[in-house]
Design a protein around this ligand. Structure first.
Ligand code: TXA
Ligand code: MG
Length: 376
């Protein structure tokens, strides 16, 4: 049975009704909060609406979208378009449509920041618009945990195709204000649900191959996935070089070839380096060479171990991302955007260990960075 939607405030009720009615139009798009980042959503069955997402974000057409569902029943019906058949199957029929390999993951981490790849039938069979999957033979789906996202999906009864609600190449939005900044004038409505708790995107998992592959590290860690046992204990993290080295390696993330999370400032990422080492690199490679031009504005983002006093007096802004992986990931995109607001030219970032939450954090920082420095 579909979960009940309980809405406590009249204001929220009105906002959700307005959002649903936009989603029911043939080309309607709406921005909404999820626990990871804000999404830019459209009914995944409406090609015209989904095309509008690509247009608003200026997203390359070959980068597929994640579909958001509110219940396993809704997912099952989406996979098996003959809803009639589903009704006859009853509840026990759910897992006839969803590959069983995902059951331990879904039981543990849905609703939550994990997207899984499902096979998609040939053209006529599936109600999911081909624009969503960008011609892939699989489609990515997740059940978000944010109450506003769930309420919107269940109220509109629409599976929502939704990428992050940033302009393409910009850091993902973790506040409604970030969406407004990037997309003002390009969409009719932003549902404001406050700051996103996780702060970076869902983990994208492909369990249709052995070993399973994490295509994008995110809110659920590699260790979390491996702890599900069975085939999942062998889960590996996708590396872009795999495609080149092993021609037979099928699963690929189309998103990987694009520029990502790029602030206007130049980001320098330091792994396991002291303040002095980072400072030397800054002086020698970035300041020394340009002595005749106006000095750049320098910002520092730490993981609270660097002592910013030890940097040259060139540093004009410093912020601590947080003391724990969870704090750091929650603040990361927002503080990178703050640095842009302060018109910083070069951001020095103190990296973290690449385990648990750190893997996704370092993945995003690596993509934002124009140079990465590791201690010898
Ligand atoms: O947390 C999230 O996942 C957020 C919120 C809004 O739910 N959404 C999000 O969507 O990050 P987007 O479009 O920014 O990222 C989707 C990622 C891309 O890297 C895309 O290439 C990959 O998922 N993807 C989607 N469908 C795929 C497929 N069939 N095969 C491989 N990768 C896929
Ligand atoms: Mg994105």
């Amino acid at each position: 049975e579909d979960p009940k939607v309980l809405i406590h405030s009249k204001e929220t009720e009105i906002a959700l009704e307005e959002a649903s009615s936009i989603l029911h139009q043939k080309d309607g798009i709406v921005a909404f909060p999820t626990e990871t980042v804000y999404g830019l959503g459209a009914d995944a069955r409406k090609s015209e609406a989904v095309l509008n997402i690509y247009k608003a974000k200026n997203r390359p057409a070959d980068n597929p979208l994640i579909t958001h569902i509110g219940s396993l029943k809704q997912l099952s019906e989406l996979i098996d378009s003959t809803t009639q058949k589903n009704k006859l199957k009853g509840d026990s029929g759910l897992w006839e449509n969803i590959p069983l390999v995902y059951k331990p993951l879904i039981d543990r981490y849905w609703p939550g920041p994990m997207s899984i790849l499902l096979p998609i039938e040939g053209t006529e069979g599936s109600p999911v618009s081909k624009v969503v999957t960008a011609g892939q033979s699989t489609f990515a789906v997740r059940m978000p945990e944010h109450p506003v996202a769930l309420a919107l999906i269940l109220k509109s009864k629409a599976p929502l195709a939704a990428p992050s609600a940033n302009a393409s190449t910009r850091p993902s939005p973790t506040l409604a204000a970030h969406v407004f900044h990037d997309l003002n004038g390009k969409l009719p409505l932003i549902l404001d649900g406050g700051p996103c708790g996780v702060g970076l995107e869902s983990t994208v998992v492909n369990g249709l191959c052995d070993p399973p592959v994490i295509l994008r590290p995110g809110g659920i860690s590699l260790e979390d996935i491996q702890s599900c046992g069975g085939v999942w204990s062998r889960t590996v993290v996708y590396k872009p070089t795999d495609d080149v080295e092993k021609k037979s390696f099928v699963p690929q993330t189309p998103g990987m070839k694009y520029r990502h999370y790029s602030p206007t400032a130049k980001v320098l990422l330091f792994e396991g380096m002291s303040e002095a080492e980072a400072n030397d690199i800054l002086q020698n490679d970035y300041l020394h060479a340009n002595q005749n031009t106006k000095p750049p504005k320098i910002g520092v983002l730490t993981s609270c171990r660097w002592n910013v006093e030890k940097f040259s007096d060139m540093v004009s802004v410093s912020m601590c991302l947080g003391r724990t992986g969870k704090e750091i990931r929650r603040n990361l995109f927002s503080m990178i955007r703050d640095m842009d607001e302060k018109q910083i030219d070069i951001i020095l970032v103190e990296g973290v260990e690449s385990d648990h939450e750190g893997l996704a954090i370092m993945n995003r920082l690596g993509k934002a960075a124009s140079a990465v420095y590791r201690s010898a």
